[in-house]
Design a protein around this ligand. Structure first.
Ligand code: ADP
Ligand code: MG
Length: 910
């Protein structure tokens, strides 16, 4: 690595100098001071064209990046380990370090080395840490996934003595787009709330981080950063939050609780801490009321493969199946909506209205999507410009975004019938200052460099002073070319070249073979020897020196003007930040909505009806992902009706039996996915859907299906089932796929049995339960809201044919041997299995059914009711509630008291 390093440009610092003295060198002193201020970060210490890392940092980085570890000088008598990354490739290395879970403090030279030299020979170039790069506070395109948000999440907890009723506030911010949101939850809802945000980084107070109860959970999450207490200080929270937005109070943000203020202020303080001088343009925090989004916990999310498959890919997910957006911002919004479907039927209906508008008006949809394709990522370009990490192309993105916004507003206003959401979007697009785009156009060149650093992005003719400086600079270059020709002729060396490098500036170069000529009279009067290399000799001349100064000053002047132009434009853009952000959001809404309309048309989805009931009627529903993998039309659509039966006010439980490969899991998931789609505001793959809004969705798969996650333990299955049985309520939808499969048959059967009873009696939710335990079908006769359903198969010439059709009733048998045959088990094994089965079945028919004698089944033969104690308690509560003391005479009251007492003693007598 060292060998590749160019000559150190500063000419002053050679890294920590090779000094064995016990005292630190001035550079080392500076380094150690900066490092001490950022102990939890790897320090990227800028030296010329490299960021250098020293000591333990160097060891960590060289391992993580696979770069050579060298040493440079000594500190306190020991070698200093060192490695470095070139500045122009820093982003790439940063990305790898961040991915590997590190945080990086970037330390820049904040003055020209020449200035330091002027201060005196031993002066050290001034340096400072200009930003901390952490996983949750990124802005660079190269470090971000364009189609995903990258959130920093702060978790604040209210001081409550007992762990269980703790309240939490969550604040999350994406500094690359400016989004800023707030929500509250309780302990039980915490994990689901975090899973929904999918943060890139989480910050908690030191105290919370070491809380015994939360510790195992927090440590299981990636990128959790504990921070000092002041960041989560409730007493200063409002002031910090208001100050960031330049306000006197936060009243304008709505009534935020102290806990919410604390979480929001923690985000702000952490952003300030990592961005140092810069202030990302954040939107005011928008608060989400509890209960407004469908709660989906982490296990359910992975299980349903919403944005990532169990093996971690995007392909094969619901997101991949339905995302037809054409911009990165649209895709991010889709992901947000998918992660947090709504619960309010009206809000959901508004989204459906907007999708319907684009479904009906195909021309409009096509035009809007066409225009959107030309819309750049306004939000991220703006964010970079505001924190002074923007380049010329970001300004161009703003220009093009404004253009696209105007065109789209025109387009939408052509139709008077547009839905509310689209009308507000059009309004936000109109609110952009139309004058900004032409001003940007006038200033920016047609071809733009990525970085502003080297200039070359301001259009010729935009600024007279710039044109003049550039002409001088370019003219001088022509003069140099002429000079080269003249020198070559004078020296009689055709291969004489004028070259440039950072150390010598312009110089004349000839091969060693011609060198002598220039060193001798008369040519040595013109050519002054500077350097002898292996193959070449280098010279300067007085003329070249003068030219050099002229070129340098013209180039410097030109660059100065360009950078000033950039700053002026960036300031103008910054001043319009709010309007730009709102327009960016509107573009995303248009894209997501038109994209949902696109898939609705393409996939023949229908508008679902979502209301407050407990209905769940899906006619001819399909699995949105599986159907795309099958030949068109070959997916078998299925109905599902979990609405309360006539005799009840609570939803049904389907008990689904059928052989392996019949389509049970597919059916279960399709109904869960249809629910998510409906509530996120999408149309759904069905002929008709009416869904009483679901408040929580749970999905679990029996352990055997879970091997992909590398923890196929029965324990996991049970922990997850426990979570459902403890949390699901009347408005929830529960999907249980072969629960109880991960253990011995009777254990599994008993657990499955008891689970269904609990769902029916205690949770009283709508549920789909797939099982291969045929014995469970007996429950339908005993529990009023449990219904049997089965996936039909046909036996044809000894082969099993899967019809994938869900019908009422129970599977007659499991067809295991037929499935085994399909799978290619050797014929003798199949024959033998058939013989064994026949014998077992004969014995089974002869003997009384063993499981009827199990206490479990005996118990179930009685009508199911709550435990006697619960029942007694309920009766007494009912009796109490029936009393109305105001209407009672003293005599009545006494009587009532006796009655209650009597109930209690009869209870005890039982
Ligand atoms: P099970 O859970 O009953 O073992 P799966 O749901 O895993 O069965 O389905 C097995 C395979 O059958 C799926 O991979 C899919 O290819 C196919 N399949 C399932 N349901 C349908 C359907 N409704 N129409 C067409 N093919 C289906
Ligand atoms: Mg299955």
């Amino acid at each position: 690595m060292d060998a590749l390093r160019p000559i150190n440009q500063t000419g002053l610092e050679q890294g920590p100098p090779a000094e064995s003295a016990a005292r630190a060198t001035p550079v080392m002193e500076q380094y150690l001071e900066l490092k001490a201020a950022n102990p939890d970060c790897l320090l990227f210490y800028r030296m010329g064209d490299f960021y250098e890392l020293f000591f333990a940092d160097a060891e960590i980085a060289s391992r993580a990046l696979g770069i050579v570890l060298t040493k440079r000088g000594k500190h306190l008598g020991r070698d200093i380990p060192m490695c470095g990354v070139p500045v122009h490739r820093a982003d790439e290395y940063l990305q790898r370090l961040i991915k590997a879970g590190h945080r990086v403090a970037v330390c820049e030279q904040i003055e020209d080395p020449a200035e330091a030299r002027r201060r005196g020979g031993k002066s050290v170039v001034r340096r400072n840490v200009t930003r901390l790069v952490t996983p949750g506070t990124l802005t660079e395109d190269s470090l971000l996934d364009p189609r995903r948000n990258n959130y920093l999440l702060a978790i604040a907890r209210a001081r409550v003595s007992s762990g269980d009723d703790s309240r939490f506030a969550l604040a999350w911010v994406d500094i690359s787009t400016g989004e800023f949101r707030l929500a509250e939850c309780d302990r039980a809802g915490l994990a689901a709330a975090i899973a929904r945000v999918e943060p890139g980084e989480i910050i908690v107070s030191d105290a919370l981080y070491s809380d015994a109860e939360l510790l195992p959970y927090l440590r299981s999450l990636p990128a959790v950063t504990p921070v000092t207490r002041d960041v989560f200080d409730g007493s200063t929270a409002e002031r910090r939050l208001a100050a960031y937005f330049g306000l006197a109070t936060t009243d304008g943000f709505g009534a935020l609780s102290r806990l919410e203020l604390t979480a929001a202020a923690a985000c702000i303080s952490y952003v300030e801490r990592t961005q140092l001088a810069e202030r990302p343009a954040l939107s005011p925090p928008s608060r989400e009321r509890q209960g407004t989004t469908l709660v989906i916990d982490q296990a359910t999310r992975s299980n349903l493969e919403l944005v990532r498959t169990l093996s971690g890919e995007r392909h094969g997910t619901l997101m991949a199946a339905i995302d037809r957006t054409v911009t990165a911002a649209g895709s991010r919004l889709m992901a947000q909506r998918l992660a947090a479907p709504l619960t309010d039927p009206q809000a959901i209906g508004r989204r459906h209205d907007a999708v319907e508008f684009f479904v009906v008006d195909a021309t409009m949809r096509e035009h809007v999507r066409g225009r959107l394709k030309a819309a750049p990522d306004l939000a991220r370009a703006l964010a970079r410009i505001v924190v002074d990490r923007g380049g010329p192309r970001d300004l161009a993105a703003i220009r093009d975004g404004i253009g696209a916004a105007a065109a789209l507003a025109d387009e939408l206003e052509k139709s008077p019938a547009a839905a509310d959401e689209l009308v507000s979007a059009a309004k936000a697009l109109r609110a952009l200052d139309p004058g900004l785009a032409p001003r940007l156009s006038a200033a920016l060149a047609d071809e733009l460099p990525h970085l502003k650093r080297d200039g070359g992005f301001v259009r010729a003719g935009y600024d007279a002073a710039l044109d003049e400086a550039r002409a001088l600079r370019d003219e001088s270059r022509r003069v140099i070319a002429a000079l080269q020709a003249r020198y070559a002729e004078a020296a009689g060396v055709r291969a004489l070249k004028i070259r440039h490098n950072n150390v010598l500036g312009y110089f004349v170069e000839v091969t060693a073979q011609h060198g002598d000529k220039l060193l001798r009279s008369p040519l040595n009067g013109t050519f002054i020897h500077r350097q002898t290399l292996a193959g070449q000799l280098r010279f300067t001349t007085a003329e070249l020196g003068e030219l050099e100064a002229r070129i340098a000053s013209a180039a410097e002047r030109a660059l100065g003007i360009e950078l000033a132009t950039f700053d002026a434009l960036a300031t103008e853009v910054g001043a319009a930040a709010r309007a730009i952000k709102e327009a960016a959001e509107a573009l995303a809404v248009l894209d997501a909505t038109a994209g949902l309309a696109e898939i609705a048309v393409e996939g023949q989805y229908v508008r679902p009806q979502v209301d407050q009931s407990l209905d769940f009627i899906i006619e001819a529903g399909r699995h949105p992902v599986v159907e795309q993998t099958l030949a068109s039309g070959s997916f078998v659509a299925n109905d599902c009706d979990l609405s309360p039966p006539r005799s009840s006010t609570e939803g049904r439980i389907y008990l689904l039996t059928g052989p392996n490969m019949a389509g049970k899991s597919t059916y279960l998931r399709q109904n869960a996915l249809i629910t998510i789609l409906a509530q996120m505001g999408s149309f759904v793959p069905a002929r008709r859907a009416k869904i009483g809004a679901v408040d929580r969705l749970f999905s679990r798969v029996g352990a055997a299906d879970d091997i992909a996650r590398g923890r196929s333990t029965f324990m996991v299955e049970m922990v997850e089932t426990a979570a459902i049985l403890n949390q699901a309520g009347k408005h929830s939808l529960v999907i249980l796929d072969e629960i109880g499969r991960g253990t011995a048959t009777f254990d599994g059967l008993s657990i499955a049995w008891a689970t269904i009873e609990h769902l029916h009696e205690a949770n009283r939710c709508r549920a789909l339960f797939a099982t291969h335990f045929h014995e469970l079908t007996a429950l339908a006769a005993r529990l009023e809201r449990v219904f049997n359903a089965t996936v039909r198969v046909k036996e044809w010439q000894g082969e099993v044919v899967f019809l994938h059709e869900v019908v009422a009733g129970a599977a007659d048998r499991s067809y295991g041997i037929q499935v085994a045959k399909l799978a290619g088990l050797p014929a003798p094994v199949i024959e033998r299995a058939k013989a064994v089965l026949a014998k077992l079945e004969a014995e089974d028919r002869a003997a009384p059914r063993a499981f009827e004698d199990l206490p479990l089944f005996a118990a179930a033969n009685e009508p199911l009711r709550p435990t006697p104690r619960d029942a007694a308690l309920n009766r007494m509560i009912a009796a109490l509630e029936a009393l109305n003391p105001d209407d009672m005479s003293p005599r009545d009251a006494l009587e009532a008291l006796y009655t209650l007492k009597a109930m209690r003693s009869s209870e005890q007598g039982r």
